[in-house]
Write a protein of this length. Structure first.
Length: 140
């Protein structure tokens, strides 16, 4: 884990997934539920692929973001080095979904996480695993 004095990766609030300043972004918000990091959102039509179905790239983005941010919230500067997504069900536009991530392991500078995206009725729509490399940031 980084110390409070260690520089963090830059944040300008323009991240496509969570940035409040990005007018075209998803504007995702997060919270902890025990050891899980959770994000709830309702996909809008501008993010569809096929008619009324969320684009798979957006599903991947949400899962990557929730897995990256669980590390960020723990003070770990990390970037995705491997991302495995399994799309199981179409995600309908206009219906709420929940993404949930947890830390599954770490060794030296490598962290492993897993995540899932569930439909409103609890059906799993996608699962993911990720590997993240802790990066050193230059002193400012």
């Amino acid at each position: 884990m980084t110390s409070p004095e260690e520089p963090r990766l830059g944040v300008d609030h323009y991240c496509f997934a969570c940035g409040r300043e990005n007018p075209k972004g998803l504007h995702l918000t997060f919270r902890f539920e025990g050891d899980d990091y959770v994000c709830e959102f309702t996909p809008e039509q501008e993010y569809q692929g096929w008619t009324d179905i969320l684009h798979g790239g957006i599903v991947s983005t949400v899962l990557d973001e929730v897995m990256t941010r669980i590390l960020w919230e723990r003070g770990i500067n990390a970037m995705t080095v491997e991302l495995m997504i399994r799309l199981k069900r179409p995600v309908p536009i206009g219906e709420p979904v929940t993404a949930r991530a947890r830390l599954t392991g770490s060794r030296k500078r490598l962290y492993e996480t897993e995540a899932e995206l569930a439909l409103a009725d609890g059906t799993l729509a996608a699962t993911a695993t990720g590997k993240f490399l802790r990066v050193e940031t230059p002193e400012e």
